[in-house]
Design a protein around this ligand. Structure first.
Ligand SMILES: [Zn+2]
Length: 373
């Protein structure tokens, strides 16, 4: 798709937050007067605003260009096994409203989850003027339908319900690790990143940016269901998946804190919250014991992380999710340095990622591309 200059300006503001007039001139390679024309048009459509920065020394004042704060409301939704979270953002990506609801067994399945989603959406105060909605699921997105073992979703289409409440908004559907990768690209930069999400499930996403105006390449990787040589049946229907031998579930089982198969664990995850907490924080009180319990996780995970690294050659690897910690990151990095001479940069992010923000950005990008300007 060929982008016109107004769309390029909006995309630049979406991805960079704010830019000086000079940066846009360099980026778009147009004359001062042409840029002024586009900027005035965008201002009169209430899409952008311009702030004049006062200078203390002599010289022309600098013009900072931003998205219109009031007019760019977006909604990011995260649907994971532990919670459903909704955040409404303004044009500066400040949070206007946030609702979080815990997910229990009763909420799983197409019908139950759809009802839950509907109830939360109706509670939002900012229902009008939401330009776009991005919804990120722990599951696979195939032709805009969700398939998720952990949420018990089969061919689920969230657009039907969202459309009834937000008929005018642009909606995009994505995988939660894709949303994390989108956020990582914007907030922390990098042309090629690999995000590994380690929580109740284990997933990954490779993100390669070709610049703001081109569609980025994203590859969702079902890391948790790579064959890893185990013997147990997995909830996905496979045997010996990575998640059965290198995950929170595997560690809980090894510590003899649970005696369950992985399907029952996934269905009743909320029952194990305290035990999961204990295991995830064991390194703080007893690092020796933690190292023994997690030894298989590091051994197996390092093999798969290294292979993904060789396959995609990302500039950095981000570790996100509720199951990782600074200690976990350090140990994984140590293990990797024992099996390769290649320098692999692993960064801890844990729960600091804002999946709703990543999902919002994704939906606004689509909104801008479809805008009639
Ligand atoms: Zn599996």
């Amino acid at each position: 798709m060929r982008l016109n200059n107004p769309k390029k300006i909006l995309l630049t503001l979406l991805f960079k937050g704010k830019v000086y007039r000079e940066e846009l001139l360099n980026e778009l390679k147009i004359s001062h007067s042409t840029l002024t024309y586009f900027i005035n048009n965008l201002i009169s459509n209430e899409l952008i605003s311009v702030k004049t920065e006062k200078l203390f020394s002599a010289g022309r004042p600098k013009h900072l260009i931003l998205l219109n704060k009031k007019n760019w409301k977006s909604l990011g939704i995260r649907v994971g096994r532990e919670v459903v979270s909704l955040t409404v953002f303004d044009g500066y990506f400040d949070e206007l409203e946030k609702i979080t609801v815990k997910i229990t067994k009763e909420h799983l399945g197409n019908k139950n989850l759809d009802n839950l989603l509907k109830n939360i959406l109706l509670k939002l105060t900012y229902k009008d003027s939401i330009k776009s909605i991005g919804i990120a699921f722990s599951g696979n997105v195939i032709q805009n339908k969700i398939f998720s073992y952990i949420l018990k979703l089969q061919n689920y289409d969230p657009k039907i319900t969202i459309n009834t409440i937000f008929p005018k908004s642009q909606i995009t559907i994505l995988n939660d690790v894709e949303a994390i990768a989108t956020e990582e690209f914007i907030k922390h930069g990098g042309k090629k990143i690999l995000v590994i999400n380690y929580g109740t499930g284990v997933g990954a996403c490779f993100y390669e940016s070709h610049g703001i105006y081109e569609k980025s390449e994203r590859k969702v990787i079902e890391l948790g269901h790579f064959y890893a040589g185990g013997k147990d049946n997995c909830y996905c229907g496979g045997i010996g998946c990575l998640e059965t031998i290198a995950s929170d579930y595997a560690v809980l089982k090894k510590a003899k804190l649970i005696d369950l198969n992985i399907s029952d664990f996934i269905s009743n995850e909320e029952k194990f919250e305290n035990k999961l907490d204990k295991i995830r924080n064991l390194y703080l009180t007893n690092p020796e014991e933690a190292e023994i319990l997690y030894s298989d996780v590091f051994k197996i995970l390092s093999i798969y992380v290294l292979n993904l690294f060789k396959l995609f050659s990302p500039k950095k690897i981000i570790l996100s999710g509720e199951g990782v910690s600074p200690w976990f990151t350090e140990k994984l990095q140590e293990k990797l340095s024992l099996i390769t001479h290649q320098k692999i940069d692993v960064e801890f992010r844990g729960l600091k990622n804002n999946i709703e923000y990543g999902a919002s950005i994704d939906s606004l990008r689509e909104y801008i591309l479809n805008l009639q300007i």
